[in-house]
Design a protein around this ligand. Structure first.
Ligand code: BG6
Length: 513
């Protein structure tokens, strides 16, 4: 039998307690995120009894809809996007607490209507005046919506109730815009009311990096430059830009994935042990790592970063168009759909240990993993063994779709002579803990409802993430790529990404599923 322990939340209570009574207001309620993730996640919380009985949702968007129409629409969508069977009684309970307010985010009249609706709903569902606002809107509305909420007094807290705001990504498009947005928001609400979401932190396996590193005694002594040769972080996606060409072409792979998701993976892998699991203790350590990443000089951008754009190809047996043929993408687009880079963390633990990272669309497989490669053992005993058989030890944290941890080491192959083979010892989550289907938003929404900001980004973290990529953005902008498209859809990116490691005598570990 396996035993499980629950990490305490900062308030000292266990994570299993239901969220506080509250109303969740979703701006952008007619959009994809609401139907695909937020509503299914809230339903799952209700199912796990982690939602207060005193809870309600108000959706707000531009499209005209009545409460009934909104409920009908969500009832249709849940059939498609629920992560498991939907219990009709529970859904009935859930859907009866959904309301809708039509409004343009620019229009102050819309916020007055929202205010009225909140008053009514709060009374009806006894939600104690606790409200949180989820900004699932286009990023240009983030600052504006918060200013309007401030103007109506909807984000003013007092002793009897709390008010919080969840802000989606992208948070800015470079350092300056992120700082400006932080400044704009902080004029209205305090840092402790702001929950900047990064959905990577809602993934079980990402959270497990902390448990793996800090709940086990055996890894910490070797988790440093003395034993680790380098770290690789790969976030490979098989999808292209789907219907998001308009957004993506302005953003590109670097902005879309690196300052946020990949920085989370780096900081959790590299951070020092926090003194507790309180939000700021964890985030202080993450922030220190982000600040310790050496910004690349212009020259280093040329030698340590690689950008790519997919041309046509075959992904999972299907013919795929080139990026430039995707809807809403210009035919001469110079936007990158792949990025690889080599970073250094300038502190005592990690000096001289390169962190290689890469992410791309239309890769051969969907696979996110972190490879910790250890230094080789001295060759002396195996002088006669071909070098290719002497693989270094690798610890792999499999984030998705496989969720687990594997350790690669050498073993003697059976027989009367000394020959080496490479073997992998695998732990798979599902084998031990089964599978709890989830959207990845459950934990984050619940944390917001209990006031635990550990898994949300603080202002300084977001800005530090942008500081890492800003020099790259600048050089890339000054020197537009001339060889796009430079990798075929369905491959592991441009050849230069392999060269980046080969120059250092290293190789990416590619997984084929
Ligand atoms: C989003 C990006 O933040 O993350 C998308 O905007 C990307 O482009 C997605 O596809 C990846 O998320 P996941 O959970 O599928 O790895």
């Amino acid at each position: 039998m396996s035993h499980t322990a629950v990490l305490p939340s900062p308030t000292g209570t266990r994570i299993g307690r239901p969220g506080d009574p509250c109303v969740m207001v979703i701006f952008g309620a007619a959009g994809d995120l609401t139907r695909r993730k937020l509503i299914p996640a809230l339903y799952n919380l209700a199912n796990e009894q982690l939602l207060s009985r005193e809870f309600a949702i108000i959706g707000m968007a531009r499209s005209p809809m009545s409460n009934e129409q909104f409920r009908d629409r969500m009832s249709q969508d849940i059939r498609q996007f629920a992560t498991g069977p939907v219990d009709s009684d529970l859904w009935e309970w859930f859907v009866r607490r959904m309301y809708y307010v039509q409004g343009d985010f620019n229009d102050s009249g819309a916020y007055s209507r929202l205010q009225d609706a909140l008053q009514k709903v709060d009374k009806e569902h006894n939600t104690h005046g606790n409200f949180f606002f989820y900004l699932a809107t286009a990023p240009e509305f983030f600052g504006l919506v918060i200013e309007q909420l401030g103007r109506c007094g909807l984000v003013t807290e007092d002793n009897n109730h709390w008010r919080r705001v969840i802000v989606e990504k992208p948070f800015g498009h470079d350092v300056e815009s992120a700082k400006a947005l932080n400044g704009q928001i902080r004029k209205v609400i305090e840092e402790k009311q702001i929950y900047r979401i990064d959905h990577y932190l809602g993934k079980e396996t990402v959270q497990n990096i902390l448990a793996f590193r800090f709940a086990n005694g055996i890894f910490e002594p070797i988790w440093n430059r003395r034993y680790i040769d380098h770290v690789q972080i790969s976030v490979a996606e098989v999808v292209g830009v789907e219907q998001r060409g308009g957004y993506y072409d302005q953003s590109g792979a670097l902005r879309d994935m690196v300052p946020n998701h990949i920085m989370q993976l780096i900081s959790l892998t590299a951070m020092e042990p926090p003194i507790s699991f309180r939000a700021d203790a964890v985030r202080d350590e993450q922030a220190k790592i982000l600040h310790a990443i050496q910004p690349l000089s212009d020259q280093e951008v040329l030698t340590r970063t690689v950008r790519g754009q997919y041309g046509e190809g075959v992904v999972a047996g299907q013919r795929v168009n080139a990026y430039r043929e995707e809807p809403d993408v210009p035919h001469d687009s110079r936007t990158e759909t792949f990025v690889a880079m080599k970073l250094q963390i300038d502190n005592w633990r990690w000096a001289d240990v390169p962190f290689y990272l890469r992410t791309g669309k239309c890769m051969p497989v969907r696979n996110t993993h972190i490879v910790i490669q250890f230094r080789r053992a001295p060759f002396v005993l195996f002088r006669d063994t071909p070098v290719e058989n002497l693989n270094p030890n690798q610890l792999v944290l499999h984030i998705q779709p496989e969720e687990g941890i594997s350790l690669r080491f050498a073993a003697k192959t059976p027989g009367s002579i000394m020959r080496l083979g490479t073997v992998d010892m695998n732990f798979e989550y599902a084998d031990y803990f089964g599978v709890t289907p989830s959207t990845g938003y459950e934990r984050l929404l619940h944390d917001c409802m209990i006031g635990d900001a550990t898994l949300f980004q603080r202002a300084d973290m977001v800005e530090a993430g942008w500081c890492v990529v800003n020099p790259v953005l600048d050089v890339w902008k000054a020197l537009p790529p001339r060889n796009f498209p430079n990798y075929a859809a369905g491959t592991w990116g441009p050849k230069e990404a392999d060269d980046l490691l080969e120059r250092d005598g290293r190789r990416w570990r590619n997984f084929d599923k």
